[in-house]
Write a protein of this length. Structure first.
Lengths: 59, 407
């Protein structure tokens, strides 16, 4: 089944910008930067972005 | 009197090739469009420059008003036959390099002393400019306004890929070639349009969706969604600026963060409904600037306020953006002293003198930890060993961070 064409570059850059932006807002207004956020949550989110990009590229 | 003034202006325009307000490319009064047409530059750049000048003490508004009054209104120059600047045809990849390069140059020039008042303006302008770029316009839709972005020569000599509507012949009766076949436009009385009437008609970009095929609703939808997302991001940035005006501290990096979220949402939406490549450039630039601003804030931590042999050498007022550390563990309290410390956008860590009377008046948004354990967001802490000895009073305010006091 062929899905709707997606511009993968826009999707990946957009998700990355979203992750970085929300991480900054989170550490500014909700909690200070902790090891959990800096070393685990953000890298994990970026890995998820990469996986989403790969999946989107398969279509 | 007004008619006399208008007549004189029209005569002046007819006899000279001077600067005039644009009719076909006007947002307010056509001043910026007229300047762009006269000097053959991108009108968006002229408008951005006008906004920057307007935000700089408002002198731009006075200049715009003067130009509105003094410059004559131009004749209806059609977008279709207007020689548009070459910059509008630059490929999106080139725009990416240009925007990122410009961001880096700004970053290098401004450096660590990044002006927070300039930052939101730059973010807003970047988003606006990116939203105006059209590198992702698909070949399934093109309007008269877009045709106007092609140069005269290329428009008349070669078809615009895929059999786009062409204007032929330029003088005399006008016949439009559309996907449904040739079409002769008429006026409301059913008479053929003159060349001048057609020129006026085409000055309005695609007024009735004549050139759009049925599938052309996609770019329209994309532009609406992107405009909505951009508008929300810009509104959020201005909301933070108003908070700053209400004396609520907003760290500079949050402007970039809100811009990143807005651009990111626009890109995700655009990935499914089009290719907003202009936002890719601005997103990359924002990420680079954000990383540099964050790292420059953190790197200053270890070089500021380290130790002091006597408390009398301390300044009375300390303001710092980022993580702040003050080590007084080796210092001696040699007289009554009050120090006010203001830390924004970071954590504060203070090591008190090992001996002597100390009073700490603290206000930390994310809480404070005193030598005897965690405390609330605000309060006072005292260590009085000998009331007859001098006292060091520290008034510490931490915005968007923790306070950790040891000693």
């Amino acid at each position: 089944m062929k899905g709707r064409p997606v511009d993968v570059l826009s999707l990946v850059v957009g998700l990355t910008a979203l992750v970085v932006g929300f991480a900054l807002l989170w550490t500014t207004f909700i909690a200070t930067p902790t090891a959990l956020i800096v070393k685990i949550a953000v890298p994990a989110a970026l890995v998820a972005v990469g996986i989403i990009g790969l999946l989107a590229a398969r279509n | 009197m007004w008619r006399l003034w208008a007549t004189w202006q029209n005569r002046w325009v007819a006899t000279t090739d001077l600067l005039q307000r644009s009719v076909s490319d006007a947002r307010v009064a056509g001043v910026c469009g007229g300047i762009a047409e006269h000097y053959q530059v991108d009108p968006m750049l002229v408008r951005l420059a006008a906004v920057i000048i307007a935000l700089s003490s408002g002198v731009g508004l006075v200049l715009y008003g003067a130009a509105w009054l003094l410059l004559p209104r131009g004749t209806a120059q059609p977008a279709l036959v207007r020689a548009f600047p070459k910059v509008a045809r630059v490929r999106s990849h080139t725009w990416t390099v240009v925007v990122v390069g410009a961001a880096l140059v700004v970053l290098i020039l401004v450096g660590v002393a990044f002006n927070a008042s300039l930052l939101p303006t730059m973010v807003v302008l970047g988003i606006l400019y990116a939203s105006q770029l059209r590198p992702g316009m698909k070949a399934s839709a093109v309007s008269a306004g877009d045709l106007g972005r092609q140069s005269n020569a290329s428009m008349l000599s070669a078809p615009l890929g895929g059999g786009w509507p062409l204007l032929s012949p330029p003088p005399g009766e006008l016949i439009i070639t559309t996907p449904a076949g040739p079409w002769r436009p008429t006026n409301r009385w059913g008479q053929p349009l003159t060349a001048q009437e057609c020129a006026t008609y085409y000055a309005v970009p695609d007024p009735i969706g004549l050139y759009e095929r049925p599938a052309a609703a996609v770019p329209l939808r994309r532009s609406r969604v992107i405009a909505l997302v951009s508008g929300v991001a810009i509104a959020a940035i201005f909301a933070m600026m108003s908070l700053l005006g209400a004396f609520v501290q907003v760290p500079p990096v949050t402007y970039l963060a809100v811009g990143l979220v807005g651009v990111g949402l626009a890109l995700i939406v655009g990935a499914f409904v089009g290719r907003p490549s202009g936002f890719i450039a601005i997103a990359v630039a924002l990420v680079l600037i954000t990383g540099a601003v964050s790292s420059s804030t953190n790197s200053a931590t270890s070089t500021f306020g380290q130790g002091s042999s006597s408390t009398s050498g301390l300044p009375s007022q300390i303001s710092f953006t980022g993580d702040y550390e003050l080590d007084l563990s080796q210092s001696q309290i040699d007289g009554d002293k009050t120090v006010t410390i203001q830390v924004e956008g970071g954590n504060a860590q203070v090591a008190l003198p090992a001996t002597g009377n100390v009073t700490v008046i603290y206000d930390a948004q994310f809480g404070a930890t005193m030598p005897d354990g965690p405390q609330g967001q605000g309060g006072e802490w005292h260590r009085i060993t000998d009331p007859s000895e001098p006292t060091l009073t520290l008034s510490i305010t931490v915005t968007s961070g923790n306070l950790d006091v040891t000693g």
